[in-house]
Write a protein that binds this ligand. Sequence first.
Ligand code: 5AD
Length: 336
Amino acid sequence: MEKILEKALKYHKLSKEEIIELLKNNSINDKIFNAADNTRKKYVGDEIHLRALIEFSNICKRNCFYCGVRSANKNIERYRLSPNDIITLAQNAIERGYKTIVLQSAEDEYYTAEVLAKIIKEIKKNDVAVTLSIGERSFDEYKVMKDAGADRFLLRIETTDKELYKKLHPNMDFDNRVQCLKNLKKLGYETGTGCLVGLPNQTIESLADDILFFKELDADMVGLGPLIPHKDTPLKDFPANGFELSLKVMAITRLLMPDINIPATTAMETIHPNGRIIALQSGANVLMPNFTDELHRNQYEIYPGKKSIDYTKLEEGFKKIGRTISKSKGFREKTT
Ligand code: 5AD
């Protein structure tokens, strides 16, 4: 175990078997988290990049088994924000000093690439980066939005276990999702992906494959977190016990991809009272505070109990763990 960790620290490369060994054996977890923290410090420093998250629509054409906004869920109010409302929320964040605006939504084709391009152009009149997280679209649509000024795109692969992917994502195609990620890279987006940890029948082997997939894709960002079962989904009775394992997948990802951006995800904070800080001390260097207005934020219920961030305490909390808030846009600075 110690030898594998040393190798990861030195070469940032491990075989699938070695990753499995680290994931399976819990005897040196603290050392793994510590090593990831040191790697984070050495490669991306003590600055935390804040990204303002705007959840602009929860109307979804998909029906993913774990997600509360799946189309089959009739128990939520659906909403769409107007372009003007989206821009106003972005403006609020920019006035507070945020340097990245993340536009996230369910898979809602109502917002065409052209409509989104207009919103992106308006936001890009300010000196900020724009990240999109709107799901699968065609190469041409991704291009329209890139040409409008979008800088980054988040599209989690969710799981690289094809069998499991098929079961959890009715009428979706794993290969198309991979193609989307390749298209995004080709178009010059900083590309983020990630996975869910603690899915039913998910194996340690497949989590090792997830990590290797991130590396193979050369993802610029990796966001991952534990499954939090939602009462209005088929996974409602499934246990929510993925915190420690998701932290480990994140830490190993940091060890193998030392210069990328890794968020301390909201799911980690939701499932564990101190999850955000623990993640920031186990490899994470990004935080995504929610800028959606309160009404719609609650309606964007992909999982229950979604934790928000108390801005007044944010900087204080960071100081205590020796971290500062970045004033830059926080692009990945490649070291290799
Ligand atoms: N628990 C945790 N994360 C979830 N996501 C969707 N549903 C859940 C859930 N029940 C994650 C998916 C998606 C991201 C926006 O939220 O990984 O990509």
